[in-house]
Design a protein around this ligand. Structure first.
Ligand code: PLP
Length: 340
């Protein structure tokens, strides 16, 4: 009886897909970058291979949580984009499949180091510095001073006028948390976050939301990756982008294959495409401004020059560890988010 029921279910699914003409996707990708780039990558990959793939945008922490929850029956093949320390956390939890990509030899040194650090489970696809940006029209209208440092953001003048992501879901915001800990030391960083919290209007689930809100004048200041702010500025919004005076952190965006992926060969092909100059070119072509990891890729003209920014020596090993992530997030929830 159970066999007949199972057979009927499969037959019903087959009939449904045959009658609707919808084929099951040959690859399922969760995408951590901006929606525009997710869509451009899907289009480019489908045009190249003639296959239909599923690409869904999610915030980085949400992707990690989904892959964890589906550990025994993964529905996702590839995790493309999103901050690298979160990929490293997944790798440490044995959720990712090692793979040596075809283009690894063409990677810039920071990407080669990242690949080695991940134990061959995650490859770096882009880099970008963290910062913040403010809406210049609104700042002028409100007659407020221009912030140039992290510490300026705690000024009472900006009460309720700053947005940042929630580090539980947003990779951007987890990078912010880890950056502040590395810049100031943990206790001082949490004192800073408590002071900043008084000025935070809200913590958004996605890391890109604060900069989009600042661009549209819905808030004054958004904390985000600088390349995200460049994209909004290029779209004509009156943003001034700040590399904070104390220094800042950066991300290495990554791609990984999920352990137990149902379409493993197609997943490897997608990773090779993601690391090729052609695949990386989909970023600039869709208005993105990260620094690509392949030395043969073309650098977007407006990409922030990360060599000119005062940068912490970001400790990916420490902040890519699941224990450190959980500990910092627990402390953030208890001491900061609970009082917002
Ligand atoms: N958008 C861009 C342009 C990024 O570079 C990244 C990080 O890799 C993200 C979004 C991450 O999004 P979230 O902070 O929602 O996880």
């Amino acid at each position: 009886m159970r066999g007949i029921t199972a057979f009927s279910a499969v037959a019903a699914l087959w009939l449904a897909s045959a009658s609707t003409g919808i084929a099951a996707p040959s690859l399922t990708v969760l995408c951590g970058v901006d929606e525009t780039w997710c869509a451009a990558m899907k289009t480019a990959y489908e045009a190249k291979t003639g296959l239909e793939i599923s690409v869904t945008r999610k915030s980085t922490g949400d992707i990690l949580n989904q892959i964890r929850a589906e550990k025994t029956a993964p529905t996702v093949d590839v995790w493309w984009g999103g901050t690298g320390d979160t990929h490293l956390q997944a790798g440490s939890e044995n959720l990712l499949e090692p793979y040596q990509p075809a283009h690894e030899r063409d990677m810039l040194p920071w990407a080669q180091n990242f690949f080695a650090m991940s134990g061959g489970r995650s490859a770096g696809i882009y880099a970008g510095a963290l910062g913040f940006a403010y809406n210049a029209d609104l700042l002028r209208e409100l007659k407020l001073p221009a912030p140039t440092c992290w510490k300026d953001l705690t000024d009472v003048a900006y009460r309720g006028r700053i947005q940042s992501g929630n580090p539980n879901s947003s990779g951007t915001a987890f990078t912010t948390l880890a950056t502040l800990v590395q810049l100031f030391g943990e206790d001082e960083a949490f004192r800073y976050l408590a002071a900043l919290n008084r000025n935070i209007e809200r913590y958004t689930p996605s890391g890109a939301a604060p900069i989009k809100a600042a661009a549209r004048g819905e808030t004054l200041i958004g904390i985000s990756f600088m390349h995200d702010a460049v994209t909004q500025k290029q779209a004509g919004f009156p943003l001034v982008i700040v590399a904070p005076c104390e220094g800042t952190g950066y991300e290495i965006g990554a791609v990984s294959i999920v352990k137990g992926a149902r379409h493993i060969e197609e997943a490897k092909r997608f990773v090779d495409f993601a690391l090729s100059p052609e695949g990386q070119g989909t970023g600039a072509a869709s208005g993105q401004n990260q620094v690509p990891s392949n030395a043969k890729s073309t650098l977007p003209l407006a990409a922030p020059d990360i060599s000119m920014i005062k940068m912490v020596d970001y400790d990916f090993a420490t902040f890519g560890s699941p224990d450190e992530r959980s500990r910092l997030l627990r402390r953030f929830d208890a001491e900061i988010a609970a009082t917002n």
